[in-house]
Design a protein around this ligand. Structure first.
Ligand code: ZN
Length: 145
C-alpha cells in the first residue's frame, strides 16, 4: 500500500486549500449534480457554453479532499474545451486514477495518479467530472435559484 502522503500531493493540497471556480456561476445555463454516498461527497457543476466550447464552469459541493480538489482541477481542465474534448480529457483522467498511468503530456491531472492505490477513492476523484459531462449533455436553460 502506498503511503498516504503520495495521495495527497502538492497539487491536490493546493486545489483543496484554494479551490478554483468554486461557487454558483451566475451565467450558467446548464447544471448537474452528483453524489458519492459511500464517502459523503456531493458536487454540483455549473456550465455556460461559448458557442461550441465550454465558456465557463464552476462547482459547489462538500466532501473529502480528493473530491473537492478534483472538482477544482476539473474546472481548470475543461474550460475552453468542446464537449468531445472534455470527454477525452475525462477519459484520460479516469485512466490515470484507475491505473496510476502517466498522462500523454504534462498535466496537473497526473497528481491524481496516487488515487489508483485506493480504489474506494476513485469515485471521489471522478464525481465532479461525471457531473460536468452530465451538464454538457443538457440543453441550455435558465438556472433557477
Ligand atoms: Zn470522497
Amino acid at each position: 500500500m502506498s503511503d498516504l502522503t503520495d495521495l495527497y500531493q502538492a497539487v491536490i493540497l493546493a486545489h483543496n486549500k484554494r479551490p478554483r471556480n468554486r461557487g454558483k456561476l451566475p451565467t450558467a445555463t446548464r447544471v448537474a449534480s452528483g453524489d458519492n454516498p459511500t464517502c459523503g461527497d456531493n458536487c454540483t457543476v455549473y456550465l455556460c457554453m461559448d458557442g461550441e466550447k465550454i465558456g465557463a464552469v464552476s462547482f459547489e459541493g462538500s466532501g473529502c479532499a480528493i473530491s473537492q480538489a478534483s472538482a477544482s482541477l476539473m474546472t481548470t481542465q475543461l474550460v475552453g474545451k468542446s464537449p468531445a474534448e472534455a470527454e477525452s480529457t475525462f477519459a484520460e483522467f479516469k485512466d490515470i486514477v484507475t491505473t496510476g498511468g502517466e498522462p500523454e503530456a504534462f498535466s496537473e491531472i497526473a497528481a491524481f495518479a496516487g488515487v489508483h492505490a485506493f480504489p474506494a477513492r476513485i469515485k471521489c476523484a471522478t464525481l465532479a467530472w461525471h457531473a460536468a459531462l452530465d451538464a454538457l449533455k443538457q440543453p441550455d436553460r435558465p438556472i433557477d435559484d
